[in-house]
Design a protein around this ligand. Structure first.
Ligand SMILES: [Fe+2]
Length: 589
């Protein structure tokens, strides 16, 4: 009984037609009222309507929406409905929507307060959440992209996705524009360098223009330095490989004549200042063939020392592990001829690029986030507090990953065209990485402790990861909740293909915290430290130091003076840019 003020926030219209009539029901504990609204085709705006309701509705529980259906069924993306009243009552009741309203169905929006199942006395909410999940389970189905890898949303292309998981027009335009601008830049650079070879390091500048950042400029100035090389293992795009050595790695065979090196490594080991980055995961991965040209992959080991002032510096690089059929692999030292040492570091950076992009970027952030996004849509109703917490952060995960599967890592995709692990090696590597994926490896306190990286002042990533973890781990609202338990089961048993069997020595209560941390993806401002580091540094660092395939002349380098680069600059440069630009579009688009 009285006048209600209704605020309607519109996110987007598909078309700006003239059929913008909306039926809206206010549903209270004591009755409901049907109202007619005529909306203006606007985006990002809130319109307010005043309507008299002749009866007492009691506390509002739902609003229901139906858009007028016409021959041209123009969809309307409703952000939320706010209701004030009756009469002078100023307190607003908030009904979040954030969905497309289209077709003839009535969309039911519960009042926005988060509620766990079973702790509400009003049965209407329980019925609502069951109905909502039934519908979502129909829309969000699992599929297997490749055996042995996390399951994905069932969608071959982005057009197959449920409409509410698609990019909005603005996002789509941003993404596609970033790709087109990048492709244009790549073509220009290819033309610019078509006839030239790179014979000096400075020739790299031929492609270092266009899209670049302050960080890329800084890295460009000092990318050859040992200090930056070591720093990247601690705080660069991939801070996940480095670990403190507990013993000298068995693969490190020290030939005679390297006794001084052996003694130095032993001293560092005893003082706890010896670290290693081992890329054995790449050993035996088949390398790509790009336009008939064989590519190469290394599986290096880098030993590093932590200086008292916190600098991490490389001591020795072994490009390949030993093999029974080959002589002991050569070791590269900072005292080698400068170009030989630099090339050894470039091979390491290339290996780091492969492991970073596939194991940590694609698998640990994108594919795991997708599993959690699909499980969230299938298991958590909109009223659940964890759903409310996660949904802004998984908004575009499904479309980004679907695009990646159809353009980046697909057969004939950008990895096949431009990256040494393309052509199937990337799937091999992902499967190996998946076999190592455990809860423990995803959980920062456990992971950092296992890698001996706690308490190092210059390990900025480790500090940030732990601080974010502590903030998120305080939120234990979900422990013991049946809907959350169903969500965890869906993630581990279905999405991550029985990952619980690989989760040993871990407290089960840490899982929900872990999942919260892992789910927060890379497309939004709030993020986990790992996701931020691994996703957002892709572009500035990859632009300068991390190429998808290293410059080469007939295979990997050997010790001693190097003959020079003599690398067709256009080929290497344009391949690097192709990959980097796609990754950049994914981050910023
Ligand atoms: Fe990403």
């Amino acid at each position: 009984m009285g006048r209600y003020r209704i605020g309607v926030a519109t996110g987007a219209w598909l078309f700006s037609g003239s059929h913008n009539r909306v039926q809206l029901w206010l549903v209270g504990a004591r009755g409901e009222a049907r109202l007619e609204l005529r909306l203006r085709p606007a985006r990002g705006q809130e319109e307010e309507f005043e309507r008299d309701v002749p009866k007492d509705l009691g506390p509002l529980q739902f609003v229901k929406l139906r858009k007028h259906h016409s021959l041209v069924d123009d969809a309307w993306f409703c952000d939320c409905i706010t209701v004030r009243g009756p009469g002078a009552c100023e307190e607003a009741t908030f009904f979040p929507c954030y969905r497309w309203v289209q077709g003839q169905d009535v969309l039911s929006l519960p009042e926005g307060t988060a509620r766990l199942a079973g702790d509400n006395a009003l049965d209407v909410f329980q019925k609502h959440r069951e109905k909502e999940l039934k519908e979502r389970r129909r829309l969000y189905c699992w599929a297997t992209w490749k055996e042995g890898l996390p399951r994905t949303i069932a969608a071959e292309r982005q057009d197959d996705l449920p409409p509410n998981s698609r990019f909005h027009e603005e996002k789509r335009l941003d993404f596609e524009w970033a790709l087109k601008a990048g492709a244009l830049e790549t073509v220009l650079k290819r033309v610019y360098t078509l006839l030239s070879s790179w014979s000096r390091l400075e020739d790299f500048d031929q492609i270092f223009w266009g899209q670049k950042s302050d960080l890329a400029e800084r890295v460009h100035r000092c990318w050859r330095d040992d200090e930056l090389f070591g720093y990247q293992f601690l705080n660069g795009a991939n801070p996940m490989v480095l670990r403190r050595s507990a013993s000298l790695p068995s693969r490190l065979v020290l030939p005679s004549g390297t006794e001084a090196l052996g003694a130095q490594l032993e001293r560092e080991l005893q003082s706890g200042s010896l670290f290693e980055a081992d890329f054995s995961l790449l050993d035996g991965i088949p390398a790509n063939v790009i336009r008939g040209e064989k590519q190469y992959l290394a599986a290096p080991l880098v030993m590093l020392q932590m200086r008292p002032e916190g600098k991490l510096l490389p001591v020795v690089i072994q490009i390949q592990p030993p093999s029974p059929s080959c002589p002991a692999p050569p070791l590269f030292l900072p005292s080698d001829p400068p170009l030989a040492w630099l090339l050894a570091k470039i091979w390491v950076r290339n290996s780091d690029f492969q492991v970073h992009q596939l194991q940590y970027h694609l698998l640990s952030t994108h594919l795991v986030a997708e599993v959690i996004a699909v499980a969230t849509m299938r298991c958590l109703p909109g009223l659940h507090p964890v759903f409310k917490l996660l949904i802004p952060h998984i908004r575009y995960t499904l479309e980004i990953n679907t695009r990646a599967r159809s353009q980046l890592i697909s057969e004939g995709g950008i990895f096949d065209k431009a990256v040494s692990t393309g052509g199937g090696g990337h799937v091999h590597l992902l499967r190996r990485a998946m076999a190592q994926l455990t809860y423990r490896s995803l959980c920062p306190p456990d992971d950092l402790a296992a890698r001996g990286l706690l308490g190092i002042p210059s390990a900025l990533y480790a500090h940030d990861a732990l601080r974010l973890w502590e903030i998120i781990a305080r939120d234990d609202v979900v422990r013991g909740d049946p809907e959350l338990q169903a969500w965890c089961r869906e993630i581990t048993e279905v999405g991550l293909c029985q990952a619980q069997d690989r989760a040993t020595h871990e407290a089960s209560e840490s899982r929900s915290h872990l999942l919260l941390l892992k789910t927060i993806p890379d497309t939004q401002g709030l993020s986990s430290a790992e996701t931020l580091a691994i996703n957002l540094y892709c572009h500035p660092l990859a632009q300068v130091t991390d190429a998808p395939n290293p410059p080469q002349h007939g295979g990997p380098i050997r010790p001693g003076p190097q003959p020079g680069w003599d690398v067709p600059g256009s080929r290497w440069g344009s391949r690097a840019l192709l990959v980097v630009i796609f990754l950049h579009a994914i981050q910023t688009g």
